[in-house]
Ligand binder design. Structure first.
Ligand SMILES: [Zn+2]
Length: 452
């Protein structure tokens, strides 16, 4: 029996609820109930929450005062009214972030946060407790699909330097262990020695689940497979977050850990947006967020099944609301029904960041995902990054596991296959000793440095 988990269930949560008004468990139960709603019931719920939020924005958020003419439309159909509002980009929000703060919110209740800056300037923003509790609840609901519950023992392999610094200072170390039953280890400098230490930690700490980035989990999985020594401990799930989880990575993680590999899709500035169910579908947290798919160039709505830019409206964000927020990710929504019994809508083709989308000379797009798929077949490739400097100029940075002729030959083949995806562009192959990780800790395969 895990004593720490029992203490968290029987004492920590009840005390937080009694003395601090914590509602995470209630909200999780609420979401576990609404996950079975029919599509029409879910739309009614979304319309109700959206109407309330839009009316709040018109009255209390200076950035939205200009939309007073939408009152009648909001009353009759809030979902249509929303489409009349200009989407907000990260840059637009950063430039005027004060205008997005509600004038009826108590400043002392705001929780400051910031993005990691994997796509440029970190974005600073505020959240309130209700909103954060709904984010947490969406995560716990997703985890509950795998038998993971409050206080389940977790090993987190994390790379956000800002957050690691806070944990490593020690002040949070005991809190993490006692209040969350969680150990946090760094995902930086994952050489053989550190990978070995992580594997030993899994066997000794015996977590119910591991929580980390796709690339980090892939590295750990490759190490386990290379050792040909299976883990002695069976996990309930390995949860991949913050980065696109490529198929080859999922296969390797599955082979190494022999447990469900779960994709969590979320962002600090948007919450937990979707969770993968045991049948493999990515279910949208539709009670918390409204997701629209639009063309990256015209921002016109796209039909179900078409891949485009995602616009997020957080239905619980009343302190600094961003309506139709252009998070920077691409994906599509489909109407399919999932066999798992959860009725939440499905997100597919989550191909990654908008600026991971490279542009060909003929104006068509090539997703960064495509390069990851090619890379999966390369034996000597340790890591890579493809950077589009201009329409005609592309750099392919590679780190190889050995400097031999056979490795060099394979890299030339890799470059040739990448060139085939970008006809007419000059692709330069550059050998590196390492590829620096951005401060956010999120690894990125493809980066476009030119505007669409
Ligand atoms: Zn499902």
């Amino acid at each position: 029996m895990d004593i720490n988990k029992t203490i968290i269930e029987k004492a920590v949560f009840p005390l937080m609820e009694k003395y601090r008004g914590n509602q995470i468990r209630n909200k999780t139960a609420e979401l576990q109930c609404s996950q079975s709603y029919s599509s029409s019931e879910l739309i009614v719920l979304q319309q109700y929450k959206l109407k309330k939020l839009l009316l709040h924005c018109l009255e209390h958020v200076p950035a939205y005062h200009q939309y007073q003419n939408l009152h009648a439309l909001i009353d009759s159909d809030s979902l249509v009214a929303l489409t009349q509002i200009t989407p907000v980009t990260k840059a637009g929000f950063i430039a005027e972030s004060d205008l997005y703060i509600s004038d009826n919110i108590q400043r002392s209740t705001l929780i400051a946060n910031q993005t990691g800056g994997s796509t440029g300037e970190p974005m600073r923003f505020f959240m309130d407790r209700n909103q954060v509790e709904y984010y947490e609840a969406a995560r716990w609901r997703g985890l509950s699909w795998y038998g993971i519950s409050f206080g389940s023992r977790c090993l987190m392999i994390w790379g956000n330097q800002h957050e690691l610094n806070v944990v490593e200072k020690g002040s949070l170390l005991n809190r993490e262990r006692l209040l969350k039953n969680r150990i946090v280890v760094s995902s930086h400098r994952l050489g053989e020695q550190n990978l070995d230490a992580i594997v030993k930690q899994i066997d000794s700490f015996k977590p119910e689940y591991i929580y980390s980035y796709a690339n980090t989990l892939y590295l750990v999985a490759q190490y386990i497979l290379k050792q040909k020594k299976p883990l002695s401990h069976r996990l309930k799930a390995v949860v991949s977050t913050a980065e696109v989880l490529h198929d080859h990575q999922r296969q390797a993680i599955l082979a190494a850990f022999n447990c469900p590999v779960v994709n969590e899709y979320g962002a600090k500035d948007a919450g937990i947006l979707a969770y993968q169910c045991p049948c493999g579908s990515l279910h949208i947290s539709a009670e918390n967020a409204l997701i629209e798919v639009v063309s990256p160039q015209t921002l016109d709505p796209l039909a179900n099944g078409e891949v485009g830019t995602l616009l997020i409206t957080d239905l619980n964000n009343y302190c600094q609301p961003r309506l139709r927020y252009r998070l920077g990710d691409m994906g599509s929504i489909v109407n399919d029904h999932c066999n798992c019994g959860i009725n939440l809508p499905l997100l597919t083709d989550l191909v990654g960041r908008e600026d991971s989308l490279l542009v060909r000379l003929d104006g068509s797009f090539c997703s960064g995902h495509a390069f990851g798929t090619i890379a999966a077949g390369m034996h000597y490739l340790r890591s890579f990054r493809i950077i589009q400097k201009s329409l005609k100029q592309v750099q392919l940075l590679v780190v190889v596991s050995e400097k031999s002729n056979v490795a060099k030959k394979e890299m030339e083949m890799f470059a040739e296959k990448c060139r085939a995806l970008l006809p007419g562009a000059a692709l330069e192959l550059v050998y590196c000793d390492f590829i620096a990780m951005p401060p956010s800790g999120k690894q990125r395969y493809a980066i476009r440095e030119i505007d669409l």
